[in-house]
Ligand binder design. Sequence first.
Ligand code: C2E
Ligand code: CA
Ligand code: CA
Length: 800
Amino acid sequence: MSTLPAFLNLRRLEGRIVALFLALLLVVQLASFAVIRTSIERNANGSIAAELKTGERVLRRLLAQEAARRGDAAELLAMDYGFKEAIGLPLAEEGTAETIRDALSNQGERIGASVVVYADNELRLVAATRKDAGRFLGLLQARVNKPGPGGDMQLALLDGQAYQVVVAQVRTPAPVGWVLMGFALDATALQDLKSLSDLRAVVVIRTGTEGAWRPLVSNFDTEAALSLAGQIPAAGGLFAAEVNEEQWRGRFAPLLEPQQPLAVVLLRSFDEAIAPYRQLQLTLLALTLIGVSVFALGAVLTARRISGPIKTLSDSAERLGRGDYKTPVRRHSSDEVGDLADAFEAMRQGIRSREEQVHRLAFWDPLTGLPNREQFSQQLALRLARDSSPCAVLMLDLDRFKHVNDVLGHAFGDRLLCSVAQRLQALQRDRGALLARLGGDEFVLLLEGADQAAAQASAARIQADFEAPLHIDDQTVDLGAGIGIALAPEHGSEVSQLLARAELAMYAAKRRQQGSMVYEAALDAGSQESLSLLGELRRAIESQELRLYLQPKVDLRDGTIVSAEALVRWQHPSRGLVPPMQFIPFAEQTGFIRALTAWVIEESARMTQEARRRGMAVRISVNLSTRDLMDQELPAKIMSLLARHGAAPADLCLEITESAIMDDPQRALHTLERLSELGFKLSIDDFGTGYSSLAYLKRLPVNELKIDSSFVMAMERDLDDAKIVRSTIELAHNLGLSVVAEGVETGKAWKLLAELGCDEGQGYFIGRPAPAQQFMDWLPSWLPPDLSHESLDTVMAGLT
Ligand code: C2E
Ligand code: CA
Ligand code: CA
């Protein structure tokens, strides 16, 4: 079916139109053909009937003319002098009859009569040209008795023969007798008729009134005449006959009185009569055929004109269905189909613009105009599927953004993000890297073809660029960021894995305040390397590889040391002294942190007791992590550990980061309340890097707030950081919290913090973390530094 052209396929519109047109044309043509045919036949029959009627009259006239001519010949004989003389002789005289007969014969032969008879006034036969002439005396009598006889044609029947019989009276001058001439009917008149017209004629005769007609003379051949005589209908009149396989129309006409058995049949060939019409019909047929072909062609073209635009339109609709909204739907005609095409086009444009909008929302970050996480993931997936050559994913998270947002406002934060996006974009412009914003203050870069060295170089470039502060409105903002790097295919060949590992590395970099970091398995609790690390850590406690370091905290007003922070180190048998950032995050992820915290608390409790024995009072701050806070048994556990060494809750301060609380604020709050009730001092660590606000802190049972070192270390040169430190101190005091500044590295920082009202300080300027025993030995020798020469004029001028 499908191989048929459309205009032959009745299931298609095109085929149906063509078929309908042709069927209509054929019906009209056939009807007119039939009408023409019957009217031709009716016309032919009518004109033949007229022709036959005329033919009959002509034939009668011809016979009458012949009869008249023969009558004249009889008169001529009757007036012939020699003949009259001969009949005037006495009949008794020898040779008289002979003489009369000779005269009759001469005249009869000359005119071609079959018989010539002379009878006297009493109609007695005197002489004749034939011996059987007595038979004709009856005919003579009939004529004499009834003058003007036998019709114009003077026909008579005698013994089954037709004759033309003429009679003339002989006068000398008194009537003396009669001359009769008989002519056997021959074909002369019929031949004349044939030469005058296209008609044939057969004179027929029958024996009796019911007998069969038989031909007497005709201008036909004998056989045809015979066959025709057999086809004469009893009723006579007009009839159809077939002779020699030809159609004829006949007219039967009696020649004598109707009841007498002599008649003529006039014939006209029907086939011949309609031959010219047949020619016409053939011409008509040829015209019909040409008409049908022309019509068919026209129908096909028209059908195409109609179905063509519909087909184009349905192709367009199919394209739209497939989701191709790029190709416009064109109008091909000015009719309704064209209107439909316009409607399709409007629909296409509508869908397309909406689709583009959806696409924009789905794949682009509306704030910065950068690709979003979704697009980045897709591009990375494509890139990873395309080839396995190296590339690097570089994830970047701004430092302290949350805090900037809180203090300087969200609109400012948005502007800051846009500026950062522009800077990153400018940096990557010539390098063909793909830059995207993942959300919040997180950005990601895909570095094509980058190995570890190249990725680190890129990260270094970003860090270097960020050293130049941003200027937004009148504000100057110090940028800082943690950058995590994951390499493909080394660290994974899947999008989610690479992103997760870059993120791990990024958080590690932030925690270590190290700028950038390349992913390593140790960061990842799930990796094989980590499992062996976990085993090692377990052993570390048993084989006493952990070391407790203490870092002093000083009262910024009088310079006395009243407390210290416990910081753990791992004295690894082969790796040496491992800093906490290389195993604390891992311990948190694996849950090992609980054992570690217990160890630190026990060691710290021991140290407070040792200090007491040495006559000093040192409160030790211990860091707690999320896992610890989630543990409902924690307060009880700590109490039993303290009891073991005779220490009290007041000997410890517990440091909690904001993020540790935010994981499950409800549960964390519950634990904190328990701890607070038990008499522990509670401190918020790394304040400013997390997401909580000061308002939120109001609900927490904390006593102390530690400003993150990144603000403190930057505040001497960055006025905004100094403002943040100042407002943090003010707000904390308003909430009844004491404030500790971390990262005090200079005397100037100390002096500035003291000026701003900060309560305590911790940092390298006072003392680096040292092994606990060493710390105990060092403590008595502590003397507050002399800060009188430090000048704060420039900073303070900026702050007021
Ligand atoms: P943290 O609680 O904020 O501890 C302060 C970190 O700042 C310590 O690094 C300390 O050495 C460092 N630091 C102190 N003063 C200065 C300074 O003036 N300048 C600079 N640049 N740094 C200074 P550390 O010991 O490497 O510890 C890193 C982090 O590891 C800690 O941050 C804490 O979050 C975690 N940590 C350490 N020990 C423990 C522990 O026993 N338990 C738990 N859960 N976490 C711990
Ligand atoms: Ca801490
Ligand atoms: Ca801290």
